[in-house]
Each structure stands twice: as C-alpha cells, then as structure tokens.
Design a protein around this ligand. Structure first.
Ligand code: NAP
Length: 438
C-alpha cells in the first residue's frame, strides 16, 4: 500500500457535498481500488461559518493556500463558474497537482490553456463530469474510440431544456408555463438563460467536438440557438409530421466538395422523428449518440445532472488520477493534432421546417414554392390548413413546409424572400429537422 493521496475539494455545493460523502463512505473500497488511501486535506468554500456536516477544521475560504499545500496531490474543482476556478486550477497544475473538474463553462473556453499547463507539469486534467453528468462520454471518446474515426456526436446534453420541451410535448403547454413548472420543480435556475438560450449545451458541444475530432473547438465556435421561441403550435405541427422537438448539440465531421475535412459544432432545437433514439429521451435525462467509422452507432443514456450522479463521474476521474499517482504515469493528454477548421453555419446542410401564415387566396402556394425553388431548396412536404378569426370568419391559412437537405445560407435567403411576399402574413417559425437522411 502506498502513501496517502491528499485531495483538496474546492466547492461543497450540490456536487462537492456528494463527492465528499462518497469519499468518506467508500473509503475502504476506494483505497483498495487505488492502492492508497484518499485523504481530504481541505475543502474550499465561500462561507466557512455555515453548518456543512463536515469537520469545521477542513473548511477554508483561502483557495490559493489550500491548492498550494504540499500535502495536496489532487485538486477537485467543483465551484464553477469560470473564475475563480480557472485561477485555482492553473495554480494547482503549475504546482504539479492533478486536477479533476466538472466545470463545463471553464473547459469550453480555456481547455487549451489548462491542457498545456497539465502537459508542462506532467499531471492529469480530467473533466468527465463537465458533459452529461453521470454519463461516461469523455472517456469513451478519448480512450475506447481512440483507434476509430468519430463521424458525428449528437446529444441531448441539457436536462432543463429537455424537461421543458418534454412537458410542452406531453401536455400541449406553451413555453412560459413549461418553464414555470420546471422552475417550481427545481429543474430550472432562477436565471435560466444559460440553459434556455443554449449556452450550457454549446459549452458541452465545444468540449465534445474538441475531443471527438482532435481539434480545439471553443464555445465561441459553436453556432447556438435556444428554445425560447419554440411554440405549442410547433409541437402540434411536429406531431403531425411524426416528430417531436429536442434541443440538440451536434458535432460533425464534414468533407467539403474539394475533399477537405472540417468540423461543425452547433446547438439548436430540431424536429426529431419519433423513431429516432433521441426522441424518447424525456424529462431531465441526457443522451449522447456517437457515430464512428468502424464502431457504428453507440448510445449513452442517463442522468445528466444532479449532485450524486455528477459526483459519480467526478469520483471516476479522481480514482483514475489517484491510480496514476500511485502507479506513476499519466492518462491521455489533449489530442489536437488534426487542427480541423470549424465550418460556418451557412454551409451546413440540414432539412428545415418552415411554419408561416399566408393569405387564403389562389396562387399563394405556387408563390411560396417559387421562392424555395429559386434558391434550389427542394420541398419534401407541404401541409396547409385554413384559419378562422374570433368571429369564425376565414382569415388566412397556415402553411408548413418541410424541405429536403439545404444549406443554412440558402434557407435563410428563402425565408427572407418569403417574408417580403405580399401573400405571407408572418413567418411563425423556422426549425431544423435532424435524424433523417433525405
Ligand atoms: P453549487 O451548489 O453552487 O456549489 C458551489 C460551491 O462552490 C459552494 O460550496 C460555494 O461555497 C463554492 N464556491 C463558489 N464560489 C467560490 C469562491 N469564490 N470561493 C470559494 N468557494 C466558492 O454548484 P454545483 O451545482 O455543486 O456545481 C459545481 C460545479 O459542477 C459547476 O462547475 C457546475 O457547472 C458543475 N456541474 C454541476 C452539475 C449539477 O448537477 N449541479 C452537473 C454537472 C456539472 P458556499 O457553499 O460557501 O457558497
């Protein structure tokens, strides 16, 4: 049995408190698995005087001093957000400590700098919990699929938005009342912007794309749309088309016409056919589908957030980092050799769903279809229904157009031209359709 492995835990909130609990409750098993006992040297918090259920002597608000202690071998960062976490992690790495973090916001903007610091100090930097909570997805991508070529990673990686969209689908609720329900049940934060505007999912897409394609992709490279404009009418139309609507994070390897490889990373709400595996991922659950050249399609499903599930992923990383300390050596380093360019959203081909209100008179459909065909956007399906006003008088029609694959640039031009047509009263929504190949 080796000497103790000293651990500093930064943060004792939802995740940190569960990590500390598991380290204490499973001490004997963890010692056997690692080959040395894990000993918590200190826990960094803001409020040292609050009652935490841990020995008061372990608590400190001096993060810098805790990270710098000679008897700390591994720092587990569970404070969020970007600062002061970045400063603490960099200090830890520079002093030769391995680091485990669940901080997706930080990893999405600073993974490169942190990986370089880890490389220089020959220590580990692990972040399995930063994407999809308990679900193992970083390690399968970096290790299990290290010999394969990943083509696509598509997932539901934000539980809050998935809960809201699942509610809208199953109850017919509109966005505001589904958000209010999510807040009342604790699934949405007081300020839900990071979730509902897609920032959280974009951070995870950046991390996934970087790992899957051996290329540095940051949150700023990820095209992002949130779910705030998805309406109950969109769900009704989606159902009529045999689909539901999900907020997807998509990372894709693309080959241009000239045979050059690019990557795409994007987050948006999309229609997904009910038979697609992601369509049945409901509530606060997450799922990630990976498609690799030799392996084919793999699916990872489970709890994407929550104190204990996230702590499970953190503990997995902590055990790996501790084993490396005991046995010598390191886990896999950052792999960025491919350096693929990130494709702009304009060139990405997807199918589209366009929902618009039009005048109820002859020739409208042909005027609408002409705008699509002028830009070579091929129409796969059109649905039209009459609308009546409060007095029961006919007041126009709603047209839903589903296209075959078209580029974002061609579709955006088409939508702008449609909006200028006299016969189009309003463009109600434009959503992409994923999970079909046409
Ligand atoms: P949390 O409940 O808000 O806890 C944050 C903890 O960090 C608190 O104990 C807080 O101290 C401490 N802290 C914050 N700023 C600090 C500072 N400047 N100095 C010292 N201590 C500080 O957060 P959480 O939900 O556990 O999340 C932690 C991390 O895990 C975040 O990066 C988050 O994105 C990530 N994550 C969370 C989940 C999840 O389900 N919660 C899932 C995946 C990843 P006080 O207690 O004194 O305020």
């Amino acid at each position: 049995m080796s000497d103790e492995i000293g651990v500093a835990v930064l943060g004792l909130g939802n995740v940190g408190s569960q990590v500390v609990r598991i380290i204490e409750e499973s001490a004997a098993d963890l010692t056997a698995r690692i080959g040395a006992p894990l000993v918590i040297r200190g826990i960094g918090v803001r409020r040292v005087d609050a009652d935490r259920g841990v020995p008061v002597g372990l608590l400190t608000d001096d993060i810098e001093a805790l990270v710098s202690r000679d008897d700390v071998d591994i720092v587990v960062e569970l404070m969020g957000p970007v600062e002061p976490a970045r400063k603490a992690i960099l200090a830890a790495l520079e002093q030769g400590k391995s680091v485990v973090t669940a901080n997706k916001a930080l990893m999405a903007v600073s993974a490169g700098k942190l990986a370089e610091a880890a490389e220089k100090a020959h220590v580990d930097l692990y972040f399995e919990a930063a994407v999809a909570g308990a679900i193992p997805v970083i390690r399968p991508l970096t290790q299990s699929l290290a010999g394969d070529t990943v083509l696509r990673v598509a997932g539901i990686v934000n539980g809050t938005t998935n809960y809201i969209l699942s509610e809208m689908d199953s109850t017919g609720a509109d966005y505001s009342s589904a958000l209010a329900d999510a807040s009342a049940l604790g699934y949405a934060e007081a300020d839900p912007t990071a979730d509902v505007e897609g920032y959280d999912a974009a951070a995870k897409a950046a991390i996934l794309a970087s790992i899957a394609f051996h290329t540095r992709v940051t949150a700023d490279d990820v095209y992002r749309e949130g779910i705030t404009k998805v309406s109950a009418a969109d769900f009704a139309s989606a159902r009529a088309l045999g689909c539901t609507i999900k907020l997807l994070a998509i990372c894709e390897r693309l080959t241009t016409g000239k045979g050059k490889q690019q990557v795409s990373a994007r987050v948006y709400p999309a229609l997904v056919p009910l038979e697609h595996p992601l369509a049945s991922v409901n509530g606060a659950f997450n799922a990630v589908v990976v498609e690799a050249e030799a392996a084919g399609r793999l699916m990872f499903y489970g709890q994407g957030a929550g104190g204990a599930p996230t702590a499970s992923a953190v503990l997995g990383d902590l055990v790996m980092a501790a084993r490396n300390r005991v046995q010598g050596g390191r886990g896999p380093r950052e792999s960025k050799y491919a350096k693929l360019p990130v494709a702009p959203i304009g060139v990405i081909p997807t199918r589209y769903y366009v929902n618009m209100n039009v005048a109820d008179r002859p020739g409208v459909l042909s005027a609408v279809s002409a705008e699509f065909s002028k830009r070579e956007v091929s129409i796969a399906e059109v649905r039209q229904e009459g609308m009546v006003d409060e007095e029961g008088q006919r007041c126009g029609a709603r047209i839903v157009v589903v296209t075959h694959q078209a580029t974002d640039a061609a579709l955006s031009e088409t939508v702008a031209a449609l909006a200028d047509l006299d016969v189009v009263q309003s463009i109600n929504s434009v959503l992409r359709m994923e999970g079909t190949s046409e």
